[in-house]
Design a binder for this molecule. Structure first.
Ligand SMILES: [Zn+2]
Length: 148
């Protein structure tokens, strides 16, 4: 069951609450998970929904831990309403907590780069990620390629 906002306020640090529940952004290059990380599955800090696998990590050099793929069906992507830059916000499909933003047309294998706030994530090292066997670019369905 989802905790109430009051329960979340007492459970989370002020920074975690600001990011997860008020769409805040942690200061670049300050979070955990920026460098090498152990194998595992990143889950939502609020509800435990599996969001990203460690073998989807991508070094975007933008100041937040990044991934080129989310666990299928685990996140919601929605335009952020910002003017100019196309900012697509990423939130947890289960509890709707804010996670970060996704860039389309990046140089990663999938073309997507998810920049995710460290404070939104917990790394569960007991959940080994499935192997990256097949990779398909989301934006080019006619040119499917298998990258093994
Ligand atoms: Zn969640």
């Amino acid at each position: 069951m989802m905790p109430t906002e009051d329960e979340l306020k007492s459970k989370l640090t002020p920074e975690e609450y600001d990011v997860l529940r008020n769409k805040g952004t942690e200061i670049p290059y300050t979070g955990d998970f920026l460098g090498d990380i152990p194998q595992g599955t990143f889950v939502c800090k609020v509800c435990g929904n599996p969001l990203f696998y460690s073998n989807s990590k991508y070094n975007s050099m933008m100041g937040w831990p990044s991934f080129d793929q989310a666990v299928e069906g685990s996140v919601i992507e929605a335009a952020d309403g910002g003017i100019g830059l196309q900012k697509i916000a990423v939130s947890c499909a289960h509890c709707r907590s804010h996670l970060g933003h996704v860039i389309e047309g990046g140089l990663s294998e999938t073309g997507k780069i998810y920049n995710i706030n460290s404070v939104s994530l917990i790394l569960d090292e007991t959940k080994a990620p499935p192997p990256r066997t097949e990779r398909v670019r989301d934006d080019s369905p006619d040119e499917r390629e298998t990258l093994v």
